[in-house]
Design a protein around this ligand. Structure first.
Ligand SMILES: C[S@@+](CC[C@H](N)C(=O)[O-])C[C@H]1O[C@@H](n2cnc3c(N)ncnc32)[C@H](O)[C@@H]1O
Length: 217
């Protein structure tokens, strides 16, 4: 069984993100506004709370945030004591913004420009205990230029930076839990779903965002 591709959108293009982060850099320099935290701070807090509860995760474990944007998830993790943090984004402007914010807060976080659909570039980063994504698989799925191929490259990139102990945490607003499972089922095992608020409409229960944790098969 396969999933139906999403309609493409400008959110699936580098130009969109470069323009958006240029504006956010301008705002940050003017008034200290760090910009958008995608799917709101509650989604981010649910993930951080889940990570904090895992006895298997040590403060010096390697953690990568895929498509880190302004880096606010890593900022929160750094403030909780995690000290081996890397954020990657294909938008140089996102990395510039993230670096400014962490430098101003004097936190120990590394950032790099990297394209998740570039397998060789990603492989060089090594293995991580936590591989985190909030909204980036969504953005890649909206790519106007062969989204299916881009999604497959992304999935292989994620696999290449995981070992059998790694956890892949993904939050999506475009894909349901069932669709995420279908996307990843060949190469990943579902570990759990991180509960998110649900709504009921016409007798059907749905979620605005879905957060899931997978391990490598
Ligand atoms: C919806 S935003 C999410 C940002 C951040 N994770 C958050 O939750 O606030 C998607 C991010 O993915 C990045 N992105 C999209 N496609 C990418 C790719 N192929 N490689 C790396 N980053 C990508 C964008 O530049 C953008 O920062």
């Amino acid at each position: 069984m396969s999933i139906e591709e999403l309609d493409s959108s400008e959110l699936g293009t580098m130009e969109y993100w470069e323009t958006s982060y240029s504006r956010e850099i301008y705002n940050y320099n003017r008034n200290g506004d760090v910009g958008e935290i995608w799917f709101d701070e509650d989604s981010q807090n649910r993930i951080i709370t889940w990570i904090l509860k895992q006895d298997s995760i040590e403060e010096d474990d390697r953690i990568i945030d895929l498509g880190c944007g302004n880096g606010m998830l890593l900022i929160e993790l750094a403030q909780e004591g995690y000290n081996n943090l890397l954020g990657v984004d294909y938008s140089p402007k996102a990395v510039q913004l993230a670096n400014s914010i962490k430098n101003d807060r004097k936190l120990n976080i590394q950032y790099a420009v990297a394209d998740l659909t570039n397998l060789e570039e990603m492989k060089k980063l090594g293995i991580f205990k936590i591989v985190h994504d909030k909204g980036t698989y969504d953005a890649i799925s909206l790519c106007p230029d062969n989204s299916k191929q881009k999604r497959d490259l992304y999935i292989n990139s994620v696999l290449n930076i995981m070992d059998e102990k790694s956890l892949f945490i993904i939050t999506s607003c475009n894909w349901t839990e069932d669709e995420l499972i279908l996307s990843f089922v060949d190469k990943f095992l579902k570990k759990c779903t991180i509960p998110t608020p649900s709504f009921k409409f016409g007798g059907k229960v749905g979620n605005v965002v879905t957060s899931m944790v997978f391990t490598k098969k």
